[in-house]
Design a protein around this ligand. Structure first.
Ligand code: ATR
Length: 293
C-alpha cells in the first residue's frame, strides 16, 4: 500500500486494485494529508473486527473533492473521512447531512450506501469524549474558550453549546469568522456566545482552553498566547497532535496546568466514524493501541 494516494490513482483504481489485498474501501481525503494518523487507527480496527478491507490516505485538493467523491462511490468505498480543507465544502456535495453536522456547518465522516452519500460530524462528540477521558469532566457547566473558527472549531463550539457548557468564548485571527460562528451557535442552541480578541485576555475566567488553529503544527510556530496567561487551574486542550508538544502545551505544563493533545479527539472521532460506517461498536482498545495512547 502507498503512503498517500491521489485523484489520479482513484481515476485508475481498477488497475491498482490487484495490488491491494484486502481491498482499500475507506480513506481520508485532505491536503495536506501525509501526517494523518487515521490509517493506523482504522486499519487496526478493521483487522480487530475481521473486516476484509483497508483504509488509506488520499491527497485531494479542494477543487478535486467532487470528483473524488464520485470515484470513491463508483469503486464501492464504504466511506471516507474529511480533513483540511474539505470539512465545510463537503456539506454541499453529499445527499444527506444529519442535524448536528448541519448546524455545525461542517462534516468529517461520509458513508456511501446504495448510491447515496450521507454525512455526519463526529468531531463534536469525539471532542466531548476526549475531554472526559483526559480531564475527567463533562462539558456541561464549563466555561470554554475556543481559539480558531474553522471546521474543527465549528464542531467543538456546537458541541459545547449542545452539552450545556457554562459559557462559550470564541477568539480567532479573523474576527468576522468568529462572529459568524457565534451567530450560528446562538441560532442553533440559543446559547450566548462571546467573541473575544485573540490575546491573553481571552482565557480570563475560563475553565477550559481549546486550540483548534493550525498554530503549533510546526515546532517553530510562535505561541498564540503568552506563557504567563495560562493559570494553574486552567485545563488546556490542543487539537494539534504530533510527536512534539505544541508551544501551548509546553506553556500549560510549565504553569502546572492539566493539558492534553489532540490524539484523544482523533481516537474518539475515529471510533464514532467506524460506528457510522459499520453500525457496530468500534474496538476502542485496539484503536488506542495503534495510536499509542
Ligand atoms: P480546520 O478545518 O482544521 O479547523 P481551517 O478551516 O483552515 O481548518 O481553520 C484554521 C484555523 O486556524 C482558522 O481559525 C485560522 O484563522 P483564520 O480564520 O484567521 O484564517 C487559524 N489560523 C491558521 N493560521 C493561523 C495563524 N498563523 N495565527 C492565528 N490563527 C491561525
Amino acid at each position: 500500500m502507498k503512503e498517500v494516494y491521489t485523484l489520479a490513482d482513484l481515476e485508475d483504481w481498477q488497475q491498482l486494485a490487484d495490488d491491494h489485498e484486502p481491498p482499500i474501501r475507506l480513506g481520508v481525503f485532505g491536503s495536506p494529508v501525509a501526517h494523518s494518523r487515521s490509517p493506523e487507527m482504522q486499519n487496526a480496527a478493521l483487522a480487530a473486527c475481521g473486516l476484509p478491507m483497508q483504509y488509506a490516505r488520499f491527497e485531494i485538493a479542494a477543487e478535486e473533492l467532487a470528483r473524488a467523491f464520485e470515484l470513491a462511490r463508483a469503486v464501492d468505498f464504504v466511506g471516507v473521512n474529511l480533513t483540511i480543507p474539505h470539512k465545510i465544502v463537503a456539506l454541499g456535495l453529499v445527499d444527506a447531512v444529519d442535524d448536528f453536522a448541519r448546524s455545525a456547518g461542517a462534516v468529517n465522516t461520509v458513508r456511501f450506501e446504495r448510491g447515496a452519500a450521507s454525512a455526519t460530524n463526529t468531531d463534536g462528540p469525539g471532542f466531548a469524549a476526549a475531554i472526559h477521558d483526559d480531564f475527567g469532566v463533562a462539558l456541561r457547566g464549563l466555561r470554554v474558550v475556543v481559539l480558531g473558527a474553522g471546521g474543527a472549531a465549528r464542531a467543538i463550539a456546537m458541541q459545547c453549546a449542545h452539552d450545556g457548557c457554562g459559557g462559550l468564548m470564541l477568539a480567532n485571527r479573523t474576527a468576522a469568522r468568529a462572529q459568524q460562528l457565534a451567530a450560528d451557535v446562538q441560532q442553533a442552541y440559543g446559547a450566548v456566545v462571546e467573541v473575544v480578541s485573540l490575546s491573553d485576555h481571552a482565557v480570563r475566567g475560563a475553565d477550559l482552553l481549546v486550540n483548534t488553529t493550525s498554530v503549533g503544527l510546526r515546532a517553530s510556530d510562535p505561541p498564540l498566547l503568552s506563557r504567563g496567561s495560562i493559570r494553574r487551574d486552567l485545563m488546556v486542550y490542543d487539537t494539534v497532535y504530533g510527536t512534539a508538544a505544541t508551544p501551548l502545551l509546553v506553556a500549560a505544563r510549565d504553569a502546572g496546568a492539566r493539558n492534553a493533545n489532540g490524539l484523544s479527539m482523533l481516537l474518539h472521532q475515529g471510533a464514532l466514524a467506524f460506528q457510522t460506517w459499520f453500525d457496530c461498536a468500534a474496538p476502542l482498545r485496539e484503536m488506542a493501541g495503534a495510536l499509542g495512547v
